[in-house]
Design a protein around this ligand. Structure first.
Ligand code: PLP
Length: 415
């Protein structure tokens, strides 16, 4: 039997179902480095086109920064290419320890442990520190990787309505009898760009003797006055017990993640977290790059300041043009189109005008909330933003949505 025609047909039918539902994801091939100006092949086999990238997590514009690239080269020369081992056998170099210490200092925590990715950090941390006597209480919109980590853990799980502190308090009361309680949230939510109410959450955690867990992947490096993250913005530095974050976004954008927080929790992860114990950690070349990123960010807030100014400029431009945006002040700026097909057509028209910004629709965002999620970078110059704005306005005029309200757009296109 093996991989028979019957087996093949089962998968072919499922793939066709995905296509029929309009949910088939097609990748775009970038022929350049990751930056504001990129060269894109889309669709596959078409020619390569120049475009301005408006949807990368390259918030600080460090993905191809010459100093980071040079540091990575030096790391390659001095510590080689691979470790060929997990950390606890013979896969730990001095630079891995150095990076953990530097991240601890940057985030203002007690200790840090590296993981191959933030996905792995989230997958490993809960199981390592909780048992079936404990409870995890998570915001309903947390990242998929947190949901997977929760699934892998034997502790009880409950949720609270997105950013609803009354509901969270109710759940904390409900679970007051549990041995350990962990409140779980993203710092900045990736789809809407809104910020968790971490100050209120920290107070509730104090009141109910719960730990606070924050995934700051869309915040580390640029949110807060000196870019430490959401805990800095909300003025609760030192009060988050567990922070997970990625090096795959603002902090150089290569790969890797970590758990940073209370030293006993970090130690428990070192002893027990399965993605740490059974998977190679970050390659030396990447460690060297992230070390340079942290050095750059610790010297000056220039990049996050530029990002903030760029974000204000972009939001103001879109608002004045008459687009419906999600409210917020982070570099995640969702342009709301509500209708799934409109979001795809809009994105394709933008690409024809040299602007690369992807449309998101169900199930990535709730039904009727399709959008183009733009993400601003310190790598953008004003001329990039002006060119992108011109294109958005052109396409907005084509679909006659400028100055229209949410309800008017839904009336025209459906939700
Ligand atoms: C991107 C992201 C991750 C995954 O990060 P990787 O290091 O790429 O695995 C985890 N959590 C959140 C909130 C993210 O946005």
């Amino acid at each position: 039997m093996g991989y028979s025609d019957t087996v093949r047909k089962i998968y072919q039918d499922q793939i066709q179902d995905i296509k029929d539902a309009g949910l088939f994801k097609q990748e775009r091939f970038i022929h350049s480095t990751q930056a504001a100006d990129i060269e894109v092949e889309f669709p596959a086999g078409a020619g390569v086109k120049k475009a301005i990238n408006m949807c990368a997590n390259n918030y600080l514009g460090l993905s191809s920064h010459p100093e980071v690239v040079a540091a990575a080269h030096a790391g390659l020369d001095h510590r080689g290419y691979g470790m060929s081992s997990v950390r606890f056998i013979c896969g730990t170099q001095d630079i891995h320890r150095e990076l953990e210490q530097r991240v601890t200092k940057f985030l203002g925590t007690e200790d840090t442990i590296l993981f191959p990715s933030c996905m792995d950090a989230n997958a490993g941390v809960f199981e390592a520190i909780l048992t079936n006597e404990d409870v995890m209480i998570s915001d309903r919109l947390v990242h998929a990787s947190i949901i997977d980590g929760i699934r892998l853990c034997g502790a009880m799980h409950d949720t609270f309505k997105h950013s609803n502190m009354k509901h969270l308090e109710k759940k904390l009361e409900l679970h007051n009898d549990k041995r350990l309680k962990v409140v779980i949230t993203d710092g900045v939510f990736s789809m809407d760009g809104d910020t968790a109410k971490l100050d209120e959450m920290a107070d509730l955690c104090d009141k109910y003797d719960a730990m606070l867990f924050v995934d700051d992947s869309h915040a580390s490096g640029f949110i807060g006055k000196t870019g430490r993250g959401t805990h800095e913005k909300c003025d609760i530095m030192g009060r988050v017990d567990i922070i997970t974050t990625t090096f795959g976004k603002a902090l150089g954008g290569a790969s890797g993640g970590c758990v940073s927080g209370r030293k006993e929790i970090v130690e428990m992860c070192r002893q027990k977290a399965r993605p740490y114990l059974f998977s190679n950690t970050i390659a030396p070349v990447v460690v060297s790059g992230v070390l340079k990123v942290l050095e750059i960010l610790s010297k000056s807030t220039e990049r996050r300041d530029k990002l903030e100014a760029n974000t204000e400029y972009w939001r103001k431009g879109l608002t004045e043009a008459g687009f419906v945006l999600k409210e917020g002040d982070t570099p995640i700026v969702p342009v709301m189109l509500f209708n799934a097909k409109l979001s795809q057509d809009f994105s394709n028209d933008l690409f024809d005008l040299g602007i690369y910004a992807i449309g998101f629709f169900f199930p990535v965002v709730p039904k009727g909330q399709a959008r183009i999620r733009t993400q601003i970078s310190a790598g953008h110059e004003i001329h990039h933003l002006d060119q992108a704005l011109d294109a958005f306005i052109k396409v907005g005029k084509k679909y006659d949505i400028l100055g229209k309200t949410k309800n008017e757009i839904i009336q025209m296109y459906g939700a």
